[in-house]
Design a protein around this ligand. Structure first.
Ligand SMILES: NC(=O)c1ccc[n+]([C@@H]2O[C@H](COP(=O)([O-])OP(=O)(O)OC[C@H]3O[C@@H](n4cnc5c(N)ncnc54)[C@H](O)[C@@H]3O)[C@@H](O)[C@H]2O)c1
Length: 380
């Protein structure tokens, strides 16, 4: 079997989950790890058992035997890393958001096309088996015409002004925090499942903590809670903690979304509800193996994930039989499997979100920021 050699850039939360996910495939080997310094990269590579490490990702791009890269670094590094990787002839799987501006995302879409390379924006949350089942039920007409969508993506890990992460600062994160970080996942999912495009929106972003206490050392994702409240610098904050967005989708559907990183007790609640002329569906990422189906004239149902009972077109997104849960981790394997099929055979059908899908999310985000500053409805 041909082994595809790949590299992982970034040694934090996503670096680890990507490394584990790649290894579940069998036909892909990790040829190198790039970190923010030689020391950090080496420590991570030792932890995950990878021989080669570097503090400069460009040394891995110079290796002709490496065919693909995974970009798992803070958002502002996505554009330069993805661009350099495409120019070096690598297939690129980039974490979301694809870039921090529409213009940069468009450059990456164009460059990937020009180079004929596989390109993926990692909107992995659409790959939960029951999200795919919901999409296929909608395609089969089970919900009728979609009238309304609503939901939230809520977390609590940045509730306190002592909570800190690179996402809080525009210099590492880009102009939006909560919407860019998690709102884009919700919008990607709602467009994917309903087949409708967000056409207009009215957004209200809010920064509750006008200042935060910034620790003097660096902090990786979800680790801030263990820090003691000492050695902080008080800094002004200009990225949002919360957002509420009204939506118009397609010709007539309406919707509403909240995004939050300050909702105590909500750890990672992506909740999506779809209401159509015949029926409804609702799904919650914190209970990923259950899909609620709502009916007007018969009892509602809770469908438990079981590939043998899912829509045919959704079955390949579940690997385990009913009663054996599949969660967040498994979405990585599902995307990677499809991405590397494309790397292996550039003519294979593309069954994963591409850079163009990342560009789409940045276009929506741009309009969310515009609407907030204008206090007005805007067209996407
Ligand atoms: N798809 C998802 O479900 C999901 C979940 C979390 C994060 N993300 C995305 O993944 C990306 C990384 O987020 P994270 O939560 O892993 O952050 P993190 O802070 O845990 O990790 C970022 C890593 O990048 C490293 N880094 C910084 N500069 C670097 C450089 N020049 N070269 C190589 N490495 C460098 C840091 O040292 C750190 O290890 C973000 O863009 C985020 O939006 C996606």
């Amino acid at each position: 079997m041909r082994k595809i050699r790949t590299a992982v850039f970034g040694t934090g939360f996503m670096g680890k989950v990507h490394t584990e996910g790649i290894r579940r495939l069998g036909n892909v080997e990790i040829a190198g790890i790039a970190g923010s310094s030689e020391e950090k990269a080496r420590a991570f590579a030792d932890q995950v058992g990878v021989e080669r490490s570097t503090g400069d990702y460009r040394t891995l791009l110079a290796d002709k035997t490496i065919e693909a890269v995974h970009i798992c670094t803070p958002n502002v590094l996505h554009f330069p890393m993805a661009k350099d990787s495409l120019l070096a002839g690598k297939n690129v799987l980039c974490e979301k958001p694809l870039a921090t501006s529409v213009a940069d995302a468009q450059t990456l879409v164009d460059l990937a096309k020009e180079k004929g390379l596989a390109n993926c924006t990692f909107q992995n949350l659409r790959f939960y088996p029951l999200v795919q089942n919901m999409r296929r039920l909608r395609e089969a007409g089970e919900f009728g015409d979609i009238l309304a969508v609503q939901g939230t993506y809520s977390q609590d890990w940045l509730l306190y002004d002592t909570d800190w992460n690179w996402r809080i600062e525009k210099s590492s994160n880009g102009p939006s925090r909560t919407f860019a970080d998690i709102g884009t996942h919700w919008c990607d999912m709602v467009e994917h499942v309903t087949g409708l495009r967000i056409a207009e929106l009215c957004a209200d972003l809010q920064t509750f903590h006008k200042t935060r206490k910034k620790p003097k050392g660096s902090v990786e994702t979800f680790t801030g809670k263990t820090l003691q409240p000492e050695d902080y610098t008080e800094v002004p904050i200009d990225t949002e903690d919360f957002g509420a967005v009204l939506l118009r989708l397609g010709d007539r559907a309406r919707g509403a979304l909240t995004v939050s990183q300050i909702s105590a007790g909500r750890k990672n609640r992506l909740f999506i509800e779809i209401y159509g002329t015949k029926g409804s569906a609702a799904w919650d990422q914190e209970k990923p193996d259950e899909l609620w189906l709502g009916h007007r004239n018969e009892p509602n149902q809770i469908v438990v994930k079981d590939p043998s009972l899912m829509q045919d077109a959704a079955k390949s997104y579940a690997d385990l039989p009913g009663g054996h849960s599949e969660g967040y981790d498994d979405t990585f394997k599902q995307v990677f499997r499809r991405f590397y099929k494309s790397v292996e055979d550039r003519k294979a059908p593309v069954e994963y979100p591409q850079f163009v899908d990342g560009l789409r999310q940045l276009q929506i985000l741009d309009k969310v920021l515009e609407s907030t500053s204008k206090h007005a409805w805007v067209t996407v």
